[in-house]
Design a binder for this molecule. Sequence first.
Ligand SMILES: NC(=O)c1ccc[n+]([C@@H]2O[C@H](COP(=O)([O-])OP(=O)(O)OC[C@H]3O[C@@H](n4cnc5c(N)ncnc54)[C@H](OP(=O)(O)O)[C@@H]3O)[C@@H](O)[C@H]2O)c1
Length: 284
Amino acid sequence: METLAGKTALITGASRGIGLAIARRFAAEGAAVVLGASRWGAHGKLKGNLEEAVALIGKESAGSVAGIACDLSDEAARADLVRQAEEHFGALDIIVNNAAASKMRLPSEVSTKERSWMFDVNVNAPIDLAQQALVGMRERGRGWILNISSSTASQPVVPYRDSQVAAHVICAYGSTKAALDRYTQGLAHEVAVDGICVNTLAPENIVLTSGADYVRDIARRSPDMAEPVEVMAEAALELCSGNHVGCVTYSRRLLHSLGLSVMSLDGTTALGDAFLPADLDSTV
Ligand SMILES: NC(=O)c1ccc[n+]([C@@H]2O[C@H](COP(=O)([O-])OP(=O)(O)OC[C@H]3O[C@@H](n4cnc5c(N)ncnc54)[C@H](OP(=O)(O)O)[C@@H]3O)[C@@H](O)[C@H]2O)c1
């Protein structure tokens, strides 16, 4: 029996990277998946786009897949996103708020415009989507909301693992993730009585996505600071199918604490345990 058979999920930021991996893993477990990204076709220099992601999952899995282009920094555009997603395969059981915006700037210099943009995509959009979905989830008495966070939500320990500048410029982005963690816990405890599981999950380490290419050198210098994307996908599956409530947790430690194996994204092959090493030359 597939873990997510009959379930419907919206995954934002699913044109590439961690979001696409989660969508592929969920589709392999029988979910109908709606992928979100800011644009439909090719744009910019980053690997992959929404059109290709929808085509890939359509080819890989027997499940249903659709895509919606919506710039989550635009409040009006995202105001109706859950309803639009539900037009495809019916009521949403699962939302994964994975899309994120980041601007690397020293905390003494990051502008109001840059901060507002990051807080809009990384905090306000997940809250808006959760509130839109909660109405139906409460009526049905079941639902899962997973917000993707980051270890940068906390100030790094001293001495820094890498450069001082790298530790400083991540501060504003990390502040948005700290806000997301706090909001998630509060919401989780409010809606647990309605049968809804709300959690945050962060990569334990660096996932070598094209969006995170600027930290690839850090992973090369310290290979233990990288993890394969399958680890995040597996942990996301657990948090979107189990009964966890109010966790602010990390990919490897969640799988390790539960003794879970990491599966390939198509769900057919056990790749190893929570300590599975990353391929430092790959980009997901
Ligand atoms: N990679 C890591 O090591 C790492 C570490 C800690 C936390 N995280 C978190 O993990 C999540 C995914 O990271 P990633 O590295 O996979 O990201 P990524 O490769 O940069 O991909 C980002 C995704 O978000 C979408 N997106 C960006 N801005 C958007 C907007 N304004 N509206 C709608 N969609 C937007 C992008 O879609 P487009 O096609 O429109 O660009 C893309 O699908 C993020 O929440 C990130 O903060 C990642």
